[in-house]
Design a protein around this ligand. Structure first.
Ligand code: HEM
Length: 518
């Protein structure tokens, strides 16, 4: 939608076009140049290499307006930042924004004089296009505006930051310092000494104070409290950065109505993630730890892994949706060079087979990350601190990794030995090592195959990057283990795992065949 409304002015008749991306609504200026009721054309930009694009490389043209009013040429270049005026003669006019309409003067007259109160909003629009795949199948694709894509990518980078900070919070044993769930009032840190005292007193009621941070000073309490408070607050900020733009984009039609449910689904995942996070913390402040002497208060490894997994999921979904939207917009706007060549390459059977393999490896890498979450949740990085052997053997003795000790829970209730897979630190670490090495081989294999496929530059970059990031991940994992899980190594290992997963899913996404727009 593109709306022009002029207060105090008298320009312009209503202009709309069925096929079109926008309307111009306004009043008509009683001058000889009132001829704005002109057709408006859609995308793509007719000549991406035009002088105009070159002189304004940063401006992405989303709309073209055919017009024949002879002003604006040589005027202050202020039409909608995403809108190009094209004279009926074919000559392109400057690109700019109407927002400061009053400054526009004409070389030929005074057409736009005294229009300082003009308010023109250029609204990013969504669109519907029909595409045809190589096998002749046609499909409708609903494309959100590029701004929506950028916003989702921004949200995914926030998720990345939150994951890394969450890892630091856990590694510094700070996660259980706020024992209440106060989504609104918890936004602020305590501001007075009494406030801090009260928070500290609450913390002292819980087992972690008595078993982990025994006798911690107020100064140290403030530090761990800050870590957890900041983690929760960037989660809240993510919520706000989702909700406010989502309302704006939906109301302005930038998100296609067929995609609204998807976008709302992503938003509800953010809310769910907050709830899982609190559920996880509450498992760690549970009083059961007071009843069993040897029980160290820690969050359940199941809930930690669920929280971690949901964070990866959010990250992947935001970034995949975001990059897909940006890519579609770039295609529609004629911004991708050699599009036909790339399309031909991606349509090849060997490339699509490679894409399938990449998709499997991405999912396996994600599972490896979840197994890492189990290692972290059980502090299983503090056993067998050597590599590649475990206790001088390839595998530890069966009596250890399939132990009877895990046939009962901490209260002595009988359970299946299968629980060794999730609760025995030796077994959990063994699984993580095995999965990690498999991921490493798989990524190396992808690199070996991918190099010979003649992919375009962006995909070659992602293939190389996943190989390098995969090897780095294994190096960081080994470093974390043999150094007894210091915060620096463990945090780098966690951050790099997100980059690995992002690269692999990004590669899978960008290897998708590009259908023709019909
Ligand atoms: C592709 C390979 C790998 C991936 C994707 C991966 C992923 C992960 C992830 C996501 C975590 C959880 C981090 C956290 O929540 O703090 C983790 C933890 C861990 N990983 Fe890996 N890892 C890989 C390789 C390895 C290797 C080869 C080793 C060592 C042999 C290793 C040892 C560990 C240890 C000890 C932890 C626990 C760290 C802690 O307590 O914070 N990882 N891994």
């Amino acid at each position: 939608m593109f709306t022009v409304s002029l207060k105090g002015g008298s320009l312009i008749s209503s202009l709309s076009s069925k096929s079109l991306l926008f309307n111009l609504k306004s009043s008509v200026l009683s001058t000889p140049y009132s001829n704005f009721s002109t057709p408006v054309t859609g995308l793509p930009h007719p000549n991406p290499n035009s002088k105009l694009s070159k002189s304004n490389p940063k401006i992405q043209i989303e709309k073209r307006v055919l017009c024949d009013f002879p002003v604006l040429n040589n005027t202050a270049r202020r039409f909608s930042s995403r809108t190009q005026l094209v004279k009926k003669t074919g000559q392109s006019l400057p690109v700019g924004t109407f927002s400061n309409f009053g400054s526009i003067t004409s070389t030929t007259g005074v057409l736009f004089r005294n229009l300082s109160s003009a308010r023109i909003q250029s609204l990013p629009s969504s669109r519907e296009v029909e595409v045809e795949y190589q096998n002749g199948k046609r499909k409708k694709v609903y494309v959100d505006s590029r701004a929506v894509g950028n916003w989702l990518i921004y949200l995914s980078s926030m998720c990345f930051g939150i994951i890394v900070w969450g890892g630091l919070t856990r590694l510094t044993e700070s996660g259980l310092s706020i024992v209440e769930w106060a989504p609104i009032s918890g936004v602020r840190l305590p501001t007075t000494e009494e406030g801090w005292e009260s928070e500290f007193e609450k913390y002292k009621q819980f087992p972690e104070y008595h078993k982990v941070h025994v006798g911690i000073s107020m100064e140290d309490f403030k530090k761990i409290y800050f870590m957890e408070w900041f983690h929760r607050n960037i989660g809240r900020l993510l919520g706000v950065m989702y909700i406010v733009p989502a309302i704006y984009f939906i109301s302005k039609g930038s998100i296609h109505k067929k995609n609204i449910i998807k976008v709302l689904g992503l938003g509800s995942l953010i809310g769910l993630q907050g709830t899982i996070g609190w559920d996880m913390v509450s498992s760690g402040v549970n009083e059961k730890f007071n009843d069993v002497d040897e029980a160290i208060p820690r969050v359940s490894q199941y809930r930690l892994t669920t929280h971690l997994g949901a964070a990866y999921l959010l990250y992947i979904l935001f970034s995949m949706y975001g990059f897909k939207t940006v890519r579609l917009n770039r295609i529609l706007n004629g911004k991708i060079k050699n599009l036909d060549q790339i399309r031909q390459t991606l349509d090849r059977i060997d490339v699509q087979k490679f894409r399938k393999a990449t998709s499997h490896v991405s999912k396996f890498a994600l599972l490896t990350c979840l197994s890492g979450g189990m290692v972290a949740g059980l502090d299983a990085g503090l056993v067998y601190n050597e590599f590649p052997l475990m206790g001088g053997r390839i595998l530890p003795p069966k009596s250890e990794y399939w132990s009877d000790n895990y046939a009962t829970d901490i209260f002595g209730n009988a359970q299946s030995k299968i629980y060794n897979l999730f609760e025995n630190p030796t077994t959990v670490q063994m699984i993580h090592r095995t999965m990690a090495i498999t991921t490493c081989f798989a990524v190396s294999y992808l690199w070996y195959i991918g190099r010979g496929l003649g992919l375009n530059r962006a995909n070659r970059f992602l293939v190389n990057m996943s190989f390098i990031v995969g090897l780095t991940q294994v190096g960081l994992g080994i470093g974390t283990l043999v150094n007894y899980v210091p915060v620096s190594w463990a945090s780098a290992h966690q951050a790099n795992s997100v980059i690995l997963v992002a690269t692999l899913f990004g590669l899978t996404n960008s290897l998708k065949a590009i259908p023709k727009i019909v």
